[in-house]
Design a protein. Structure first.
Length: 138
């Protein structure tokens, strides 16, 4: 029956498309979260569609969760949207304000870090790259 069987080969991953600053963003994100690393980077070479040295394809992890990213070789009229966020359940009251401050620096605050009816402590920001983050105290 379609939709009920799990395909062991199929994996659903998050891909972030940047406009020339994918490597900078990966380095920033992996510096914020423990158990994070850049696993691989393939770069555009001279004569290829993307700007030489930018990220053709990369894989990185944030606290063990795998993400992929690229620097688009094509200029688009769009970028990231707040309608799609990375949701982070923070383990401690000390962790969440630090992440909120660092992620919102140079970005935009959608919901200030505060207590809300649905959470003891929550904040929603867009970082300097346009990626949306929802930070929640577990």
């Amino acid at each position: 029956m379609k939709g009920t069987e799990v395909d062991d080969m199929q994996k659903i991953k998050t891909l972030l498309m940047f406009d020339g600053n994918a490597e900078e963003a990966m380095n920033f994100y992996t510096s914020l979260f423990g158990h994070s690393e850049i696993r691989s980077i393939a770069r555009y070479n001279a004569g290829e569609p993307g700007a030489e040295g930018t990220v053709k394809h990369a894989v990185f992890t944030l606290n063990g969760q795998e993400y992929r990213c690229i620097d688009s070789a094509v200029k688009h009229a769009f970028t990231f949207t707040a309608a799609m966020s990375l949701f982070v359940d923070c383990a401690s009251e000390q962790e969440i304000p630090t992440l909120f401050h660092k992620l919102s620096e140079g970005g935009q605050v959608f919901m200030p870090l505060a207590a809300y009816p649905f959470s003891r402590m929550f904040g929603w920001v867009s970082d300097r790259y346009g990626v949306s983050w929802q930070l929640n105290l577990s």
